[in-house]
Design a protein around this ligand. Structure first.
Ligand code: ADP
Ligand code: MG
Length: 347
């Protein structure tokens, strides 16, 4: 990842239904800027509908690449020398100065942890590794119960202290190990979006590993058309296409990154309260939010909470969430009030 940005498998199918649109004269219109690449283990795609004259394509590509490299160097657990890895490696409880990107992501991660009563917890990193979804090559095995209990006892986001004005953090538990996979891609999306906006680019789609942010219009002069995938591992099928803009969207699901053992599915989303991968009937959650970072983290938080608790949180906190639930009759959708309201107000 950022091998954060790692290939944890994009479970959103980004459909550019309007990659080519026809004008009155039947001349096909194509995006003046499309940049898609594998980077840091995952893919990203950036599309711009109108490119200001002052913006040079190659310069912009370099700026985007440099920004993503910088964020990888700050936030990735897969980069042994990243600011995050250095903090993880130090078995000390001293205050440590960190870069601004890491500070912003940690502050938001802690806010979502509190909001979700610990369902979202970046200190699950060790458990992620233990279950075989982490930095080491996937090994697909359920850990020994005693080891699990021992590791679980040392975790907890509350062991991380943040001094925001001083840009410093410290661990109260020296072995604390943080994993930002569920939030850093969203942050990177926001930062790329900002890079575009300061250059007066106001019609774009930015997508990194399935987390998206959209602004303005697509090449057809309409809202961006984004497909939400049916949460099935067999083949890629569209559940729903939404036409949205001026918003970010993130999805968490149990259907791409998992392993099966003795007929049971183990997802890469860990419930920090049990130390085990989630096993409920909620197959995916899609969140809409102004911030891709917030949407990214909330998707994981609600995925952990499950269909009922997650829905309650979405209602209580006015979170725009679409739930796709596995039932014996197939997949059933359930939308929070804020999700329904978003489409009423924008259609
Ligand atoms: P993806 O990264 O595949 O888009 P998510 O955004 O849901 O999916 O992030 C899942 C990743 O987040 C896991 O691979 C793991 O590294 C980490 N993670 C798992 N469970 C939690 C949790 N309860 N809180 C925070 N991060 C988690
Ligand atoms: Mg997430």
């Amino acid at each position: 990842m950022l091998k954060i940005f790692e290939f944890r498998i994009t479970f959103l199918l980004i459909l550019c239904l309007n990659l080519v649109a026809c004008s009155d004269t039947n001349q096909p219109k194509t995006y003046p800027f499309v940049y898609t690449e594998m980077i840091m283990g995952t893919s990203f795609t950036i599309k711009i509908t109108t490119l200001p004259a002052a913006v040079k394509i190659e310069t912009l590509k370099n700026q985007i690449k440099n920004l993503l490299d910088k964020l990888n160097g700050d936030l990735s657990t897969y980069e042994p020398k990243s600011a995050l890895s250095l903090f993880n490696q130090k078995l000390s409880s001293d205050w440590q100065i960190i870069p601004n990107s890491l500070l912003i992501v940690l502050v938001e991660a802690q806010r979502i942890s509190q909001l979700s009563a610990g369902a979202f917890d970046i200190s699950v990193g060790k458990l992620v590794n233990l279950w075989g979804f982490g930095v080491e090559p996937m090994h697909f095995s359920a850990p020994d119960d005693n080891i699990l209990k021992k590791v679980l006892a040392t975790l907890g986001y509350q062991h991380l202290l943040i001094d925001k004005p001083a840009s410093k953090i410290k661990k109260q538990q020296p072995e604390l190990y943080l994993d930002l996979s569920a939030i850093a891609k969203g942050y990177a999306v926001d930062q790329v979006a900002l890079l575009l906006e300061v250059q007066e680019i106001n019609d774009y789609m930015v997508e990194i590993g399935g987390e998206i942010r959209l602004k303005g219009q697509n090449i057809s002069g309409a809202g961006w058309k984004i497909a939400i995938e049916k949460p099935t591992s067999e083949k890629r099928v569209i559940q729903k296409v939404v036409s949205i803009s001026n918003i970010a969207m993130a999805t968490s699901g149990d259907y791409r990154n998992f392993f099966e053992l003795e007929g049971k599915r183990y997802s890469h989303t860990i419930d920090p309260r049990t130390g085990r991968p989630i096993t409920h009937q909620l197959a995916s959650v899609t969140i809409l939010n102004n911030s891709a970072m917030t949407a990214d983290a909330l998707a994981t938080a609600i995925m952990v909470l499950g269909e009922d608790e997650g829905y309650r949180l979405a209602q209580q906190q006015n979170i725009a969430a679409l739930f796709i639930i596995k039932t014996t009759e197939g997949f059933v959708e359930k939308s929070s009030s804020a999700f329904i309201k978003f489409f009423k107000e924008t259609s």
